[in-house]
Structure formats: structure tokens, C-alpha cells
Design a protein around this ligand. Structure first.
Ligand code: ARG
Length: 462
């Protein structure tokens, strides 16, 4: 049998392989709520403009509500022979209403329908992700406030560089997530135009009101070019690009968690709730959640580049290639959601080992820069000379295998005779971080001020 929806000029139905490669119902059934919302708005508009009967429109809307509850309740049989979510719903509507159902597809096409559904879906997903990002930021800020004065080693090249505070380190991620939220917000603002009514590609001869359907669906306005309306997937690409960057941030943080929880550093403990054991080595506490957060960026960036390849070189307007926009995006966006949830859980439960952090912060001559700065500030040495003098003092300490502050004043004066006892005041890690008061610096009082600024901002209603 040929297809009920478009089989008028066909004699036989599709080959099984044709059906298999063509069907999207296996994945686009996720769009059912958006598809029904779009159809309801369309039917009401058609009636308001006198294009279909009010009575038919009412029946259609009621029928669509019935279908929505059937699908919500798991009482709906999706059929692969009906290809996609649009035709599955329309075909069920025909069973419920008879011929009146056939009026719904006046002045629209699956091309503008799917573009509308997917925009609505991505918009909803961005809103959910934004709430999750905000929750993660809150977890980080609260932890940062508790640890505004907890000293830890700061790294460059993963080599101990200068002491920083744990709170300061956590707030770095709050900044990143703030930019991530901004990128999603920007993408959302650009996607919020309604393609419905562009029909197959050229618009329609029916006197439709695209402004009304756009408004009913919460869009700012209708899209302005019918060809662009059905062939554009920028809104998916932008969202996946934002998701890839956000996932990269979470991956970096996850890597740090892996390093910090390794017995090699022992800087951090994760809770039992976010660690796993080994089936053979009873002592193990593996940071699996962090490792998976570190890894899952692969599928998100993969979905982004996959869709970019699908869209590349596609002549206008709609082509079936574009059906390949969904699976990767669905997977990527739900993966990101899980990554954020796991990261929030780890952050809320994580406990730094403050003693180990402080000891590690003081190792590797991390206050050498403080010594050089002291030579500049107090003795008036040019920085380059101070750097050289400090280097010789570090070499002296290294030769004796002691920390900088364990050298005697006489030892230091051998290198630079004008050094006084006052120098010991800057060599401790606590003094070092407390002195970094430049805007954006790691001093505990800066960290507290930044954390409070963020808390205020996060508590503001959206
Ligand atoms: N399932 C299709 C998709 O996801 C819907 C649009 C189909 N349009 C068409 N002309 N065959 O892209």
C-alpha cells in the first residue's frame, strides 16, 4: 500500500530498507509536545482567519489534546510506516476525527513544522540548562565563600607557581559558566523567531497570520524569509557550539578533580556518593563521575561538528539531510545536562584537605615572586635584578633542601647584603595570598567580595 499522507501518485509502498533509512520516528517522537503545541496554534490561527471552520478547529485542538495525554501516558503506538512524529500525530488525529483532521495541514508543510518544533525544543532545553548552570554556579560560589582563605598551590604548566586560595580557583569556574550562560542566552535570543507558515519553501497563498502563530508559541516574531525558514539550522549549531564550550569547561574542572583526588596530591576528597570502588582492589576510591564528565565532551563536540558537516554544501531549501540534525543534538544536550548535574553533586560534597593544600602551596618555592617583589618594593631594585637575586637565593635553599623561609637572614645577606629581617613577613603562603589584592586577585578579602557579588546576582530573579 502506498503512503496515506503523500502516496497519491505512488502505486506501491516503500522497500523495507527505504522505510528504515527514511523514518525518524525512532528519535523525533521526543518532539511530540512541541509538535502538538505548533499544530494547535496553527489550527486556531486558520480558524481565526476564516481559512477553516471554527467547529473543525475546535475538534482539531481537542483531538490534539487527547493525543498529548495519550503520548504522555505511554498509550500511543508510534508507527515506523508513518515516518515521523508529524505524520504519526496527524494520522492518529484522522482516526479520532475523521476527515476534519485533514484540514490541519492547510497552509503548512512538514518543512516549516519540523523547523518550528525543533526551535521550540531547543528553546525549552536552553531554559532547563540555564537553570542547571545557575545551580552549579551557586554550589561553586557557596563553596568558594567557605574556602575564601583556604590556601592551595596555584599552577602554571601544572608546576607549583604561586599560592592561591581554593575559593579563588572555584570562582574561576563561576566566571566561565557565566560566559556559557551568556552564549546560550544569545543563541536563544536569535532562535526565537517562528518559521511556521513558511510552508514547504515559498510561503502560501492562504491569508495566514504568521504574527499570530509566532505570538501564540512565544516567539518574538515570524522569520522573514520562507527559504531561510525551512533551511536554517543555525539555532542547533549555535546551541551545540555553546554546549561544546561549556562541556570543555566542565571537562577541565573534572580533570582537576581527578588530579586533586589522586593519592599523589591528596588535595581533595569526594563523597562516597560521587566515587566508585574497584572490584579487585578494596582500597580504591575512583573518581568515575569526574572522569566521565572529563570524557563526555567528545560526543557533544562530535554532534556539533557532525551537524556542521551535514549542513555544509546543502543547497536551499529543505533537504532530507536535515533530518540528521536531531539525534546528535538530543544526545549532546541531555549529556550536557547530566554533566552539569554530576558536577554540581561533586562540588556540593567535595572537601579539600586544607593541611595538604597549604603544605603543597608552600612547596616548590612558591613565594619566590613575593621575595622578588619585596626586593623591588623595599630595596628599590629593578624587577629584573630582583628576579636574579631571588633566583640565587632559591638555588641556595634548593642546595640545602630547605624552604625559603627556613634560610637564615645571614644566608640571604650573602646574596644581597641589604636584606633585613622584614623579608620573612612575605615568605609565608598566607601572607602571599593576602597581599594579592589587585582587582581580580586571589586575596581572601577579594574572593569574599567576588563571591558575595555572585550570590547577589544569582539570587536575582531571571
Ligand atoms: N522528519 C523530517 C525531518 O526531520 C520532517 C520534514 C520532512 N519533510 C519532507 N519534505 N520530507 O526533517
Amino acid at each position: 500500500m502506498s503512503n496515506k499522507m503523500w502516496g497519491g501518485r505512488f502505486e506501491t509502498g516503500p522497500d523495507a530498507i527505504m522505510e528504515e533509512i527514511n523514518a525518524s520516528i525512532g528519535f523525533d517522537q521526543r518532539l511530540y509536545a512541541q509538535d502538538i503545541a505548533g499544530s494547535k496554534a496553527h489550527a486556531s490561527m486558520l480558524a481565526a482567519k476564516g481559512i477553516i471552520d471554527k467547529a473543525d478547529a475546535e475538534k482539531i485542538v481537542a483531538g490534539l489534546d487527547t493525543i498529548l495525554s495519550e503520548i504522555d501516558a505511554g498509550d500511543f503506538t508510534f508507527q515506523r510506516a508513518l515516518e515521523d512524529i508529524h505524520m504519526n500525530i496527524e494520522s492518529r488525529l484522522a482516526v479520532l476525527l475523521g476527515p476534519a483532521a485533514g484540514r490541519l495541514h492547510t497552509a503548512r508543510s512538514r518543512n516549516d513544522q519540523v523547523a518550528t518544533d525543533f526551535r521550540l525544543y531547543v528553546r525549552d532545553t536552553i531554559d532547563t540548562l540555564d537553570a542547571q548552570f545557575k545551580d552549579l554556579q551557586k554550589a561553586l560560589v557557596e563553596k568558594a565563600l567557605v574556602h575564601s582563605g583556604t590556601v592551595m598551590p596555584g599552577f602554571t604548566h601544572l608546576q607549583t607557581a604561586q599560592p592561591v586560595t581554593f575559593g579563588h580557583h572555584l570562582l574561576a569556574y563561576v566566571e566561565m559558566l557565566g560566559r556559557d550562560r551568556g552564549r546560550f542566552r544569545d543563541a536563544r535570543a536569535r532562535l526565537n523567531e517562528c518559521p511556521l507558515g513558511a510552508a514547504a519553501l515559498a510561503g502560501t497563498s492562504f491569508p495566514i497570520d504568521r504574527f499570530a502563530t509566532a505570538k501564540a508559541l512565544g516567539f518574538d516574531r515570524p522569520t522573514a524569509n520562507s527559504l531561510d525558514s525551512v533551511s536554517d539550522r543555525d539555532f542547533v549549531l549555535e546551541t551545540l557550539a555553546a554546549a561544546s564550550i561549556a562541556a570543555m569547561h566542565l571537562s577541565r574542572f573534572a580533570e582537576e578533580i581527578v588530579i586533586w583526588t589522586s593519592p599523589l596530591t591528596g588535595l581533595l576528597k569526594l563523597s562516597d556518593r560521587f566515587t566508585t570502588g574497584s572490584s579487585i582492589m578494596p582500597q580504591k576510591r575512583n573518581p568515575d563521575a569526574a572522569e566521565l564528565v572529563r570524557a563526555k565532551i567528545g560526543r557533544i563536540a562530535g554532534a556539533f561538528s557532525g551537524l556542521l558537516m551535514v549542513m555544509k554544501g546543502l543547497a536551499l531549501a529543505y533537504a532530507k539531510d536535515m533530518q540528521e540534525d536531531k539525534e546528535g543534538a538530543f544526545d549532546a544536550l541531555s549529556t550536557l545536562s547530566l554533566m552539569i548535574a554530576a558536577t554540581s553533586g561533586m562540588v556540593r560534597d567535595m572537601v579539600p584537605d586544607e593541611k595538604r593544600m597549604k603544605d603543597a602551596a608552600g612547596s616548590g618555592y612558591s613565594t619566590a615572586t613575593d621575595l622578588a617583589d619585596w626586593l623591588v618594593r623595599v630595596l628599590g631594585l629593578p624587577f629584573r635584578e630582583a628576579h636574579h637575586v631571588t633566583g640565587r637565593i632559591v638555588a641556595l635553599a634548593a642546595g640545602r633542601d630547605v624552604a625559603l623561609h627556613k634560610l637564615s637572614l645571614a644566608d640571604m645577606q650573602e646574596v644581597e647584603p641589604r636584606i633585613t629581617n622584614e623579608v620573612f613577613g612575605v615568605l609565608s603562603v598566607a601572607k602571599s595570598v593576602a597581599s594579592r589584592v589587585s582587582y581580580g586577585g586571589t586575596a581572601p578579602k577579594n574572593v569574599r567580595a567576588q563571591a558575595k557579588r555572585w550570590l547577589k546576582q544569582l539570587d536575582k530573579p531571571a
